[in-house]
Design a protein. Sequence first.
Length: 441
Amino acid sequence: MNHQPELNRTLGLGSALSIVIGTIIGSGIFFKQASVLASAGSSTHALLAWIIGGVITLTSGLTIAEIGAQMPVTGGLYVYIENIFGRRLGFLAGWMQVIVYGPAISASVAGFMSILITEFFGWPEQWRIPVAVVMIVTISVLNMFENRVGAFFSILTTLCKLVPITAIIVWGILHGHVTALGQTVTTVHQASGNMGVAVLATLFAYDGWILIANLGGEMKNPQKLLPQAIIIGVSAVLLIYTLISFSVFRFLPANKILALGEKATSYLAQTAFGQLGGKLLAIGIIISMMGTLNGKLLTFPRIVYAMAKRGDLPFSRYLAYLHPRAKTPVYATGAVMVIAILMTFFFNPDHLSDLCVFTVYCFYTLAFFGLFVLRHRRTEPRPFSVPLYPLVPLVALGGGLFILGSEVVNDPWGVVLFIGVVVLGLPILWLIKTLDRKRQF
């Protein structure tokens, strides 16, 4: 594989920030308000869940930033886990992202986007899956061009999504007449009052902060830019999410939000800005989701590429191929696209989002612990050091364990299913390496 071209280092801070913010802010904040509220049991606790989710994400980002600054290569979490804990766990971290997390989160975002698109055009519900598939294919093909194209699309959609975000925040705060704090949910819900489930739901909306690490090999100065992009990006999203949630709770009564479910934000837009204004706002939200999906389908194929270059995947010879002119992993992008399309047929986006967040947090938590291991091993100066060590990584570690325990208690069978798919990677790794040894002889 040494004859193949390498990935281009063309991404600067602006592109990196747009990928972080654009990948995080997508469907979650617009579709998860009702489910967070239902689980938390009151608007105060729901708002607290959004803040806790943001703090966990920020401490997680700071922790990973220190690790990533010391390993500024393409592959992200896959590379970090392998360098700290060894080959098998590193492989499982990559396998999890390639087979479960990456396609699942992409399918979930596309599924939420299809809900809004079909409602916008008045199409029947049976069109949701075809629309989701079209969106996945379109964005995947876009990211088969030079990485500048995907980065530019991220910048464009990030700027566009500021319009609906600003409109919702300003209108809700200035024109809302409901007491945002202290509203209780009177409708009985099976998870009502469960802060663990509520925080887990917010983490889907915050998800995507680590994906910039997958592009470490394509950043101009990753030791400096990677920590900056993660810290500034996550901090901005935490502030935005808190303001949006406060605005929604100020504009709509809690039980109304719960009754509307996934349509709560759309209802707010149409009520506040009329039929035409609501339509324009819906377009802004759809563009926002397109930016999120673009971030997923830009970054996850880089993990496939990194693993394939090591010969860790079936068909590695093809998955490690880079287009000679665009220098993008076209077959790897196609592989993620196909798996994501299959998932749209078998899972609803809401359930899919919770389970894939649980799956990736298994390895996030391992990486948080890995920072302590890395500090013990390495005494040389670091390009970036997490502030308030060891408090910040301990908060990240505690948050990760809290999330894992909450999901195990509330959806044990879903957890077993997804863990089973991840563990299935071990015999596949053994088979690949066995075949490689036979070919060498």
